[in-house]
Design a protein. Structure first.
Length: 63
C-alpha cells in the first residue's frame, strides 16, 4: 500500500447529478414551503411576545 489517500469522496447514495456543485444542488432542492414555515413561525413568535405587552398597557390605561 504505497498509494496515498484519495482526495475525492465517493458517496454510496446521492441524488446529486454529476457536474453540479453542492451549493447549486442545495439551492435547487430547497423547498419554498420550508422558508414559508420559518416566516410563519417567526410572525407567531413575535405575536406571542408582543400580545401580553399590548394587553397590559391597554389594561393599565385610565378611563
Amino acid at each position: 500500500m504505497t498509494e496515498g489517500p484519495s482526495n475525492s469522496f465517493q458517496y454510496e447514495e446521492c441524488d446529486m447529478p454529476d457536474g453540479v456543485s453542492l451549493t447549486e444542488w442545495r439551492r435547487r432542492t430547497v423547498k419554498p414551503d420550508h422558508r414559508r414555515a420559518q416566516v410563519t413561525s417567526g410572525v407567531l413568535a413575535a405575536l406571542a411576545t408582543l400580545a401580553p405587552i399590548v394587553l397590559s398597557v391597554r389594561g393599565s390605561r385610565r378611563r
